[in-house]
Write a protein that binds this ligand. Structure first.
Ligand code: GDP
Length: 586
């Protein structure tokens, strides 16, 4: 067996590529072994060895190999660039924090007061990111906090952020999602600036928050530590200028740089299909300059950039590093957090994209042991599950918070219930993607299922459940954890069939020469035999034939021959009701 040379540390994605596996496969393996890893997260050589040996591969290298401090996607790695060729680029800022602490309001306030002069009026739509100008310099904000796209990026550990602004409401203090956000920023090695928001409120208690921060080793500067804390109010605008100055100050330490010329690369922030425009993606250009007409590849999507639209809605020809832009021309939607890069030719782009979708397919074909409520207890019993991961979607912030509170209160001695993503709005394709990579169950509360999303969930094997009463969610989870969850099954009628002529086998009327009078009958269906209105028997289809051939299904208007398991007593004129059994969701 050839051994694969690996460095001391590498990202999950790089490891997967090196081993010829799909990243979801590696993430799944790590999850099953109790590590919640994301695609751009670093793993050490020992972990890599463990993964490799599980897939029957042998690796060498490790600690003696050159260390890679901040492993990045090769296209985004500037460590080999000539120092003189690099220029400063705008820092990229992500706003994190607990729900209702004012992330959206703060982002709105920053946008309204500071969007590059003269353009403020022109902004009609948010593309998931925008830029503001301060002291003649640009700052890029990712403005999808708590949004599904953002949680998906978080799950993929997308390495786009230079500075994290942690919003803490001065009247509420540090809450569970604040702690989560701190964890995320630390994992990603991103400096934190605290926006002590809602400082205008009468019941604001900044001292308490400063103490809470200090307790978490985020010692405020005014306490002699090195965590900048800016008092802000999204309502009155207090502190916004100071916050922007602080962002520039902090980012000057890291000095974000990029190669302004040469091939562009960056990260997908969001993407969706639009009628008449095809796949529309918001991307953040991180190095190089992206031009209209460039050939790009992002995961299994590829294409020529047809149009570039700036965050302020202007059509542009080129997007420099650090800028967020809307692009059209990709063959498909891609997952937030996916790296895009330019390639020389369409052929190269397509080959790379198809190679990726091949490995995606391989990963999908690998034994899919995705968690479902129905098999949760056995997975726990077999010791495979240490975390029950959930993605929550609800119609309102209030409902989401209620749900979150109830779910966080679930205590189980064996399983840690973990919310890996949440948001307000319908269950989207990116929720399913997030659930798929993080092996989560999706819970939709007071939201309606969408056909495309359901189809994606089916192919990805993701369990999606819809509820409209909070206690039913916790009840189901509770019962599933205890192994008491009884999925309910329902009969779904698919067709009606009339028996017109009966044939005998061994002297018994076992074959029904029939006519499908409504719907269809399939080989895997079950038939209820009715005679003069009463049910004679319910039995599985044993054989279904069209003429002499076995048929998988026979449709309305056609003749067929039917035998049922354990039944040999057909009469002419019997009516067969064909149905299939489906598990009812929720
Ligand atoms: P998010 O969930 O973190 O995005 O929070 P939102 O931006 O939606 O804010 C939640 C609520 O707090 C809204 O009703 C806002 O109007 C209010 N809010 C946000 N920032 C401030 C602030 O600085 N002062 C006051 N008084 N209210 C604020």
């Amino acid at each position: 067996m050839n051994s694969i040379q690996l460095p001391e540390t590498m990202t999950v994605k790089e490891l997967a590529t090196q081993l010829g596996l799909g990243a979801p496969e590696v993430i799944k393996f790590l999850l099953e072994h109790g590590t919640m890893a994301t695609i751009n997260q670093n793993v050490d050589f020992e972990t890599a060895q463990l993964v490799a040996s599980n897939f029957g591969l042998s690796v060498s290298g490790g600690p003696s190999s050159p260390s890679q401090q901040q492993a990045r996607h090769p296209s985004l790695d500037l460590s080999h660039a000539e120092p003189g060729s690099l220029v400063a680029r705008p820092p990229v800022v992500t706003v994190l924090g607990h729900v209702d602490h004012g992330k959206t309001s703060l982002l709105d306030a920053i946008r309204e007061t500071r969007v590059a002069s003269g353009e403020a009026g022109g902004i009609t739509q948010s593309i998931g990111a925008y830029q503001v100008e301060k002291a003649g310099r640009q700052i890029t904000f990712i403005d999808t906090p708590g949004h599904a796209a953002f949680t998906a990026m978080r799950a993929r550990g997308a390495n786009v952020t230079d500075v994290a602004v942690l919003v803490v409401a001065a009247d509420d203090g540090i809450m569970p999602q604040t702690d989560e956000a701190i964890q995320h920023a630390r994992n990603a090695n991103v400096p934190i600036i605290v926006a002590l928001n809602k400082i205008d409120r009468d019941n604001a208690n900044p001292d308490r928050v400063l103490q809470q921060l200090a307790d978490r080793e985020l010692v405020p500067e005014e306490y002699g530590g090195d965590t900048p804390v800016v008092r802000t109010s999204a309502k009155t605008g207090q502190g916004i200028d100071e916050l922007l100055e602080m962002i520039l100050l902090v980012s000057d330490i890291a000095e974000p740089k990029a190669q302004p010329n040469g091939p562009a690369a960056g990260t997908i922030i969001d993407s969706h299909m639009e009628k008449g425009r095809g796949a529309v993606a918001t991307v953040l250009v991180q190095t190089g300059t992206l031009h209209v007409g460039d050939m790009i590849v992002a995961g299994s999507a590829y294409g020529k950039v047809r149009s570039l639209i700036s965050y302020s809605g202007k059509r542009i020809k080129a997007a420099p590093p650090g800028s967020p832009v809307l692009i059209t021309g990709l063959s498909d939607v891609s997952v937030p957090g996916e790296v895009f890069e330019t390639l020389g030719s369409e052929r190269a782009a397509r080959a790379q994209a198809e190679g990726r979708s091949d490995s995606d397919r391989k990963a999908a074909a690998a034994p899919a042991r995705k968690v479902t409520l129905a098999d949760l207890a056995s997975a726990v019993a077999e010791g495979q599950m240490k975390h029950l991961n959930l993605v929550l979607k609800a119609d309102t912030n209030g409902a989401l918070e209620a749900l979150r509170g109830q779910i966080e209160a679930i205590q189980d001695p064996h399983v840690l219930v973990k919310i890996v993503g949440d948001g307000v709005g319908p269950v989207s394709e990116s929720d399913i993607n997030l659930a798929s990579v993080s092996n989560s169950i999706v819970i939709g509360f007071n939201v309606r299922p969408d056909a495309a999303v359901k189809a994606l969930a089916d192919t990805e094997g993701v369990d999606v459940r819809f509820y409209d009463v909070v206690y039913q969610v916790t009840d189901d989870l509770d019962r599933a954890l205890k192994g008491l969850y009884e999925p309910t099954f329902i009969e779904v009628p698919i067709g009606k069939i009339e028996v017109r002529k009966v044939f005998t086998v061994d002297g018994k009327p076992a074959i029904a020469g029939s006519h499908v009078i409504e719907g269809k009958i399939t080989r895997n269906s079950i038939c209820r035999v009715r005679r003069d209105g009463s049910e004679v028997i319910k039995a599985k289809v044993a054989q279904l034939r069209r003429g002499r051939d076995d048929a998988r299904e026979v449709n309305h208007g056609f003749e067929c021959g039917i035998t049922l398991e354990g039944f040999a007593d057909f009469h002419e004129g019997d009516l067969l009701e064909a149905f299939v059994i489906e598990q009812q969701n929720a």
